[in-house]
Design a protein around this ligand. Structure first.
Ligand SMILES: C[S@@+](CC[C@H](N)C(=O)[O-])C[C@H]1O[C@@H](n2cnc3c(N)ncnc32)[C@H](O)[C@@H]1O
Length: 185
């Protein structure tokens, strides 16, 4: 089974398209903030969450419930693709239904391998993957840059070091973050 969670009007062939609101005519109307989710353990091979996670889990315990349900319904080796607006882009700030900043670093906290590295480095990060008993390894990540930064990088006028500095110092550099997570059970 493949799930497109929080599908809105963006339906995907071959996926069960799921949304909280019936207006967009999803295959299943499900509120992802209500537990348990209506799918069996290990039933899902692929999940897409496109511009959804930032709408979910304003309360940390609810957010953790979503992460735990996502892990429970996924089979070992399942692929989870998540896209979110960057929290320091106006796209994130302008939507009153955005309740949670989701970053690459925050998603890495749900990887046991990353948590083991935090512990080895004596970093202060909470080892959430071990605490929540989930394991989503980050296989890939991509930033979609906003202009004028995109053109500067594409033309070679800006290198990696300056781009990293710009990301730290300015708003509206990264428009969207996409990650591919692999479920380990
Ligand atoms: C910004 S839209 C993204 C729609 C689509 N995934 C896309 O990429 O175009 C966010 C979607 O998440 C849905 N959503 C918000 N809260 C939800 C919840 N608690 N359970 C299920 N869907 C939810 C909204 O109804 C909306 O369709």
């Amino acid at each position: 089974m493949k799930l497109n969670l929080g599908c809105g009007n963006y339906k995907m062939d071959g996926f069960v398209n799921v949304d909280k609101f019936a207006y967009c005519e999803p295959d299943e109307v499900v509120d992802l903030e209500v537990f348990p989710w209506p799918w069996a353990d290990n039933a899902v091979d692929e999940v897409v969450m496109s511009h959804v996670l930032e709408h979910l889990g304003q309360e940390t315990e609810v957010y953790f419930g979503i992460i735990k349900e996502l892990y429970r319904v996924c089979a070992d080796g399942a692929e989870v693709r998540i896209a979110v607006p960057h929290p320091r882009h106006d796209d994130f700030l302008n939507d009153p239904t955005h309740v949670r900043a989701v970053t690459v670093e925050a998603l890495a906290m749900f990887s046991k391998k990353a948590c083991d590295e935090f512990v080895a480095q004596k970093a202060a990060n909470t080892p959430l993957a071990h605490i929540l008993e989930v394991d989503f390894e980050m296989e890939d990540m991509k930033f979609t840059l906003e202009q004028p930064w995109l053109s500067k990088v594409q033309s070679g006028a800006m290198g990696d070091t300056d781009l990293l500095l710009a990301i730290r110092q300015h708003n509206n550099v990264i428009k969207e973050t996409s990650v591919k997570l692999r479920v380990h059970k």
